[in-house]
Design a protein around this ligand. Structure first.
Ligand code: FES
Length: 81
């Protein structure tokens, strides 16, 4: 497989082959997922998703390189919101 691509499994059951370094928000949109956003500068947390179990703020991060080239995305819900 092309080493610049990673397979992403999205919470809506879709999967995509995405370029490492791409925007999370843009890639999610391609599979029909709109990640909620607020500040777009990393401070509010509205855009948090879980990537392989780790919380990331989608607006300030991009698709990371992973050794397995497989990422599983889930929405993180903060029960105190
Ligand atoms: S939109 Fe506020 S942290 Fe990402």
């Amino acid at each position: 497989m092309n080493r610049n691509l990673t397979e992403i499994n999205w919470p809506n059951g879709q999967s995509s082959l995405s370029k490492i370094g791409e925007d999370w928000l843009k890639e999610a949109f391609k599979v029909g997922i709109e990640i909620p956003t607020g500040c777009l500068n990393g401070s509010c947390g509205a855009c948090e998703i879980e990537v392989n179990g780790k919380t990331v703020r989608a607006c300030i991060s991009s698709i990371p390189n992973s050794t397995s080239h497989k990422l599983k995305v889930e929405f993180s819900y903060d029960p105190y919101w």
